[in-house]
Design a binder for this molecule. Sequence first.
Ligand code: ADP
Length: 432
Amino acid sequence: AAAAAPQPPRMFKLDPQSELRVEVPPDAPLRVRLVAGTAEIFGTELPPEGWVPVPPRSKIAIFTWHGATVELDGVSESEYTSDETPMVIYVNTHAILDARRARARAAAAQGGDLEASQGPRVIVVGPTDSGKSTLCKMLLSWAAKQGWKPTYVDLDIGQGSITIPGCISATPIEKPIDIVDGIPLEMPIAYFYGHPNPSINPDVYKALMKELAQTLETQFSGNAESRAAGMVINTMGWVEGLGYELLLNAIETFKANVVLVLGQEKLWKMLKDAVQSKPNIDVVKLHKSEGVVLRNSKYRQKTRSFRIKEYFYGIANDLAPHSNVVNFSDVSVYKIGSGHQAPRSALPIGAEPVADPTRLVAVNISTDMVHTVLAVSYAKEPDEISSSNVAGFIHVTDVDIQRKKLTYIAPCPGDLPSRLLIASSLTWYEAL
Ligand code: ADP
């Protein structure tokens, strides 16, 4: 692409309840400054003073409740203001959730049971590009601003806003999400599925959801504060067929009690009918914002790669990953779920083959692994891998078959925290 033309700094006067929508190019820096009034980016307030760098490739809205003047400096791909936003509906939704959190906390203080002391478990569903991740961010940041520590659960293996794609993960949100740094990475719980698409092995996806839900359940039972703050769960944009089935499964597995449906009447109706028989689940239809930027599958594929790159190099390309070499014999690589059943010949006579969807399969290290991501498991023994969360990820940069050595980069120096690794189909090429 041609180099973007320089743009002089410019001011925007925003009326109450309007927003400035900006798309940042991949390679040119852009920054924003609050000049007067108050404004927020997806639920996080702009500081009263100073320039805030906006990460490359991001598409943002600077929204003001009471009016503001903001200044942009740098190159943008597009910038325009709009006074048609669903923000009032979104913040009203937040207010309802907040009241439920307060009720849960009060119940806990009076020694109420687990049911009464459970705050809202909100699941956000809708087709791709309906603004799910953005709504999650707003709900989390608004809650955190009021002192709650809600848990963010991301089931979207296609994009993955907490760790890297291919993972389902959860992390507590203790303060409004940082405009530059995004979701905090200090203590995520991540389970590695290893593919960007659930149809490759939906049973493994379901099994990992179950593990994550159980882990959170245990944490909540010992922590009344997290329990009352509840969860905000982000989902995949696949809402038909198997995608729909997995949504229902997620609602059940995480015991969601509020389902927010963005931008699709049909999905709302289907889910409403499906959970009808279950008491205490509200299925709410919400408008999608016209500001949500559509991304085609090629673009999504690209952001997927960038998310992987960011894990190793930082959002602002400011981290230096560490390169390391291990002998093949120092590590064991597995994949979860074979998709194949055990051959009849391997079974005792008369026994029927049972497919264990989460069966562990040892994988030989080969040059096919170059450019792929491997997860480092917390498991102590191989048979714990499919029920264990992961410590982090490495990126394979070279496989030397002759010398039996594997070269990788990792975000931290030193030895791997475990020798048990999980293979994946996620790739990232240095050239990007
Ligand atoms: P989904 O999670 O449903 O796929 P996202 O929430 O990720 O959708 O939104 C898609 C893109 O649109 C993101 O890059 C997001 O930052 C951007 N976006 C969302 N809302 C707005 C808005 N009001 N103005 C500008 N960009 C927006």
